[in-house]
Ligand binder design. Sequence first.
Ligand code: 4HQ
Length: 234
Amino acid sequence: MFPSVFSGGIIAKAVRHGLLDVQVHNLRDYATDKHQQVDDRPFGGEEGMVFKPEPVFAAVEAVRGSAETAVYLLSPSGRRFDDCLAREMAGRPRVVLICGRYEGVDERVSGNLVTDEISIGDYVLTGGELPAMVVIDAAARHIPGVVGKEGSVRKESFADGLLDYPQYTRPRDFRGLTVPEVLFSGDHKKIEVWRRRKALEKTRRRRPDLLARLSLSPEDRMLLDETQEERNEQ
Ligand code: 4HQ
């Protein structure tokens, strides 16, 4: 699954440039018994299979290098993954991501080997591989040089805790749908203020939870107070 995602695009380019390295390890290579079994039936009964602790410990201990390396387990019960955690990971020299399958992983792994459990959202997937790739992709964008133009990470969603302002490109008139005049004004300060206001309004409308977490500057507060949006658009 991993090569299908990471052999092309921005991540592959970053790997070629030596900005990051992605290594995938097969848990089965670390199985300790003669059948190379990595899973077993849960104690106490119930359906499904659980990852055995031995291969998971052996694999992580073989690849983590320093015992200080952060080890994350992808799990719906984990701490919710967000851009803040992505940035934190990008700052680390190495991280290990454990991808479970089946009903999950023996609790002694989460209790004794894992730094943190991470969830990418409140839904259940068939394995931890897709979440791991999501995490790698989001974290890689924060490694300096990975995302093309200087600063283009900062200007996107979440860098400042806000959703994106609206973007337009040519044509200026598409089927009678026009582009806001301010964008042709050539007044960069005015455009910057307009974008800020749009980002603030959109965040208030769609993600009030994000807005509530921010401490807005007096200027931002004024921009939001100025707008009639709440009355007109809701
Ligand atoms: N999993 N965020 C792995 C998830 C998940 C999520 C389900 C993880 C199955 C075995 N992981 N187990 N949501 O749904 O991270």
